[in-house]
Design a protein around this ligand. Structure first.
Ligand code: UD1
Length: 363
């Protein structure tokens, strides 16, 4: 099988790494039934948003980079489609494998299907129900036309069946991002630039990058002021690795938040170390809620909905909405040790990529 593995943005890289390694392990033991090429769309291109992840996760350099860069939603999507179409025309392919819910996922799915190339989606079927999120549109479009669905939960499979997907094309396999997390745990690396005032085991981690939370400077300021005030009251600090999108908005704001340390985006191994040694996490990311669930770290999500409900019903995540009014009481619970304890969702066991490769070989 001639497989093309697509990755475009930061949260894709930890999802493809274990798949690449699983296929290579088989090749090394003489099974050459799957040959693959990696296509990087170039959606993320900064050293810290992309290259650092390939290096740390030991992913081979992409065979091809579409180098699309940033743009509006449609500019980026259109550019990926135009360039991926050319790639597929020049490189005969049996199956395209896409992961996650970023623009690259949807754009490459549409392109492949229009050239009658089959598509498999890893992390299929999850839904937030919030159509204002570009990711939700990406998920719905991708799943409405792709051929095979690899899911992280039973619920995701049910969502797919409800929208007409055939049961025999849905495979509940677990979570490849957790494969990477478990495999890399011994390699987590203390971040180089944490100030001495931030004591190991005694800080919170903050991440914010959703357009809803960060694009409006007033709203972002309200969230950060509220978090800063509560941290100050408890004499605790937060470390905030800042996404480039958020950095752009913050750089135009004339305020400081003394209890919150802003840093550049961290590499994977540093960021995982940071979370593992924290007292809790405040985030608007979806992937981070899965990682905190597996590490047993308290997590509050500044969103009204989640496409990953098991992180709330089984894991350590709690949705507290996008308004800052709930932050003080919840930070207090987090810091006083009263946060709920979680469990690890079914099949998030580090063996998902092996299951996927077994299935790919049968397709
Ligand atoms: C994308 C994904 C989001 C994911 C996030 C993780 C979509 C719709 N969104 O959002 O699901 O959670 O990645 O990071 O695909 N930028 C840089 N350097 C880079 C990349 C981006 O400076 O390497 C800046 C650019 O100014 C760009 C902005 O960040 O305009 C946003 O980047 P974009 O790829 O459009 O979306 P993200 O917000 O990163």
């Amino acid at each position: 099988m001639r497989l093309v593995i697509v990755a475009g943005a930061r949260p894709n890289f930890m999802k493809i790494a274990p798949l690449v390694h699983a296929i290579n392990r088989r090749r090394d033991s003489g099974d050459t039934s799957i040959g693959f090429k990696i296509v990087h769309t170039g959606q993320h291109y900064d050293e810290k948003m992309s290259n650092a992840f390939f290096r740390e996760l030991n992913i081979p350099a992409p065979d091809h980079n579409l180098e699309v860069g940033s743009g509006t939603q449609s500019e980026q999507t259109g550019m990926i489609m135009t360039r991926f179409e050319k790639f597929l025309q020049e490189n005969p392919t049996d199956l395209v494998l896409v992961v996650g819910d970023v623009n690259s996922t949807m754009a490459c799915t549409i392109t492949a299907k229009k050239l009658n190339v089959r598509v498999a989606h890893v992390e299929a079927g999850i839904r937030s129900g919030d159509m204002t999120m570009p990711e939700e549109i990406n998920r719905i479009v991708t799943d409405s036309i792709c051929d095979y669905f690899f899911t992280t939960s039973e619920g995701a499979g049910k969502n797919l069946v409800q929208t007409g997907a055939k049961e025999e094309s849905i495979f509940f396999v677990g979570n490849t991002m957790i494969d990477t997390l478990l495999y890399q745990t011994p390699n987590f690396k203390k971040p180089a630039f944490i100030p001495t005032e931030v004591k190991e085991g005694d800080y919170l981690v903050l991440t914010l990058h959703r357009p809803h939370n960060v694009d409006d400077p007033q709203k972002l300021r309200g969230l950060l002021e509220s978090i800063n005030a509560e941290l100050t009251r408890h004499n605790v600090r937060a470390v905030f690795p800042v996404h480039p999108r958020t950095r752009g908005v913050l750089s135009k704001m004339d305020v400081t938040f003394p209890a919150i340390y802003l840093t550049d985006p961290m590499s994977y191994l540093e960021f995982m170390y940071l979370i593992k040694h924290s007292r809790g996490v405040i985030t608007d990311s979806g992937g981070v809620t899965e990682e905190t669930t597996v590490m047993g770290i308290p997590c509050m999500t500044l969103r009204n909905s989640t496409e990953r409900p098991e992180t709330v019903t089984v894991g350590t995540n709690e949705l507290i909405g996008e308004h800052h009014d709930k932050i003080p009481a919840k930070v207090q619970v987090m810091l006083e040790g009263g946060w709920k304890k979680g469990r690890i969702p079914a099949l998030w066991d580090g063996k998902t990529a092996e299951r996927i490769v077994d299935i790919l070989k049968r397709l």
